[in-house]
Design a protein around this ligand. Structure first.
Ligand SMILES: [Zn+2]
Length: 421
């Protein structure tokens, strides 16, 4: 039998632990037999059948992908009924990979709760999250930040998580809204090596990007929605109408999450492109007359101002006539000087081909439309005329020439490791 059995759901004040057994091929796919979630408050009053949703949603897609079985003792009935629609929605998203497997619950429980507010918002502190916050500000959303990397050996992720906590707490205080911070190990449950080897190529996506993040974020927020009486969990969209991109968090999948009779999920702002969101933010900042710092740099405690994401966001802000210093980007020299310097050192490692194709066209269009009101004309002129593809090729050739010895050495080590496994 290839299956996973939820043996025990253990609650101690704000912490819930899911202990499970693995059999057959599934035992290779997991790094641990315990998933935990740690909330900032007591969860003893939340029914077990609702708590169990976090575990089920965090692992079930793996059963779909490996044609295996998930057994649990009890689950919320509303969630149970939405699983088939959720699976269908994911199947539409990934038609090349047949989703199979089974989810079996011994008991389903009808839960309900009193609705006291509209919105609990999953909040990372990036542009998407801030725009969703501003659009729904009238609801006084409960902000919820969930960190899944608490057991990752790479401790820079913890430093970034702690910075998230500090920044979002300060933001929530300023806005006078509630803030919930949640720690978990959900992001490190599945063995990425095994996933890559057997599933990733055919699926065309990774476990984290293709399934896990949305399934875990939304389901882990459900007990908090229950406690706060929030009708809907809001999650900011990453893509928009007309954009071919897709990931675990998508307009057609997120809206299928249902729980405890009236609880649901809103995939927010799928009607706005990323550039439109930045336009919204810049307009808001200008109207308020105060700085509006955002952090877009992944797994970092501040905007590094040297990576693809920072560059992309700076372009987007400039294209809307915004001043980047009002948005948490600390660059002392002129923008042109700064980025010329960065590219001299780092262009070989920059994914400019993807950026140019996926992200820049919208931004370039706005730069041209807004040219008259843009203050950073020197930078915009430089960007529009810079031959990114050609310069990157040159930079790559130079990098290989300068680092030939060390690259060769690394390749030999990789080759030896691969063959000794
Ligand atoms: Zn950065």
């Amino acid at each position: 039998m290839d299956d996973i059995i939820l043996e025990e759901t253990r609650v101690k004040s704000g912490r819930v632990e899911f202990n499970y057994e693995l059999r057959g091929k599934l035992s290779h796919y997991f790094t641990t037999k315990c998933m935990y979630v740690e909330y900032g408050q007591e969860i003893g009053n939340v029914p077990k059948s609702i708590l169990n949703i976090s575990f089920v949603a965090s692992v079930l897609p793996l059963m779909w992908l490996t044609d295996t079985v998930l057994w649990v003792d009890e689950i919320d009935r509303t969630f149970y009924d939405c699983v088939i629609r959720l699976k269908n929605a994911y199947q539409e998203l990934y038609p090349q990979y047949p989703l199979k497997g089974r989810f079996v619950a011994a008991k389903t429980v009808y839960n309900s709760y009193e609705i006291k507010r509209e919105c609990l918002l999953l909040f990372s502190g990036g542009i998407d999250a801030h725009v969703s916050y501003l659009r729904n500000r009238e609801y006084k959303p409960v902000l919820c930040n969930i960190q899944g990397w608490y057991d990752d050996p790479d401790k820079t992720k913890i430093a970034a998580a702690n910075a998230d906590y500090k920044d979002i707490k300060a933001f929530a205080r300023k806005e006078d809204v509630k803030f919930e911070y949640v720690k978990s190990n959900f992001a490190t449950l599945v063995n990425n090596y095994e996933f890559k080897k057997n599933i990733q190529t055919k699926l065309g996506d990774s476990w984290w990007h293709g399934f896990q993040h949305s399934m875990s974020f939304i389901s882990i927020a459900m007990p908090l929605a229950y406690i706060y009486g929030a009708k809907n969990i809001y999650i900011a969209s990453s893509f928009a109408i007309g954009n071919p991109g897709k990931c675990a968090s998508y307009a057609t999948t997120d809206i299928e999450f249902k729980f405890a009779t009236d609880g649901g999920c809103i995939h927010d702002a799928f009607d706005m492109s990323r550039q439109k969101k930045v336009q919204y933010l810049v307009e808001y900042q200008k109207k308020s007359g105060k700085p509006y710092p955002v952090r877009v740099c992944s797994f970092n405690d501040k905007n590094c101002c040297e990576c693809e994401k920072c560059f992309r966001t700076i372009l987007e802000i400039v294209a809307e006539g915004g001043d980047i210093h009002n948005f948490g980007f600390e660059i002392e020299s002129s923008l042109k000087e700064h980025w010329e310097n960065v590219f001299e050192r780092k262009l070989y490692g920059f994914g400019v081909e993807g950026e140019k194709k996926k992200h820049w066209p919208d931004t370039i269009k706005r730069m041209k439309e807004n040219y008259a009101k843009i203050e950073e004309k020197e930078f915009v002129d430089w960007f529009l005329n810079y031959d990114f593809i050609g310069e990157r090729k040159k930079a790559l050739r130079k990098y290989y020439r300068d680092n030939f010895g060390s690259i060769l050495k690394r390749k030999i080590v990789e080759y030896r490791e691969k063959n000794s496994e």
